[in-house]
Design a protein around this ligand. Sequence first.
Ligand code: SF4
Ligand code: SF4
Length: 286
Amino acid sequence: MQTTKLNLQDKLPLTCSRSGNCCHGKRVNLNPWELNSLATEKKIAPREFRDLYCEFGGIRLKFDGKIGWDQKEACSQYIDDFGCSVHLGRPLACRLYPLGRQIQSEKVHYIYEGDEFPCLKPCPEVLDLPQLSVGEYLQGQQTEKYENAQDGYLELMQDIADVAFELLLDTGLAESGDKATLPLWREMGDDLPEVLADKIGAEWIDCLMIPEISDEDPIAFMAKHKELIFEKIQESFGGLQTHKEIHEASVLIMGVALHLARGLGANPEELAELWVDTAKSNGAQE
Ligand code: SF4
Ligand code: SF4
């Protein structure tokens, strides 16, 4: 998909007309801290929020509301004639829209999809509203905390994937001539989200998406979440003996990393390819 790259000074018709049109027919991914923020805003437990309003174990909001703009279903959090029911806890994707965010060579770029400003089709009235610079818009949407959470979870995703690498490369599994692990990493990159969620299983999905952490600050939340995930890794994989057990653990934990990746808006297929190539360049075979 073609994108238009923006500078913070660029002025665009970024004052929202509040029609709610873009709360219909979209895909809104969630990281675990965002799921927790939404549940807090809704005043229910994260597990309840996840079970009622999310798909695939919590990585995406359901869009199963009333049909509205363009014959598309509304977000599960959208209320007709009112708007977003979780406005103060809305996730980064909603705060940024119509903009998006890309990270290339560790630099953040703000973009919009296509070559035409995305609000013009659903809400042409924005042309009559005041223009804002990209920087002013981001400040107004208070994106900073949400961007920190997103970046922190991207790091945690890589840390989890690194465990899959260690299990394959540092335990003698790859050296034993194993050719079964990498095809399964690759296959999981292609899996539909519901298939991958099933493969990971409820226990790991719960640990990944609804950890029992009450801290609302994203940095503290993520630090505790990382601790919980690594305690579980130690408990589950600390005493592995056979190559078969290590192979299964490497596949499972890579599945967890790829599922989190999807919730962060990354492309699991491309990541799986990249990680398979990296493992092969370090001596693993498929
Ligand atoms: S499409 Fe743009 S102007 Fe319309 S409701 Fe969404 S953000 Fe606001
Ligand atoms: S969370 Fe709120 S802002 Fe985001 S799509 Fe749903 S209703 Fe719209």
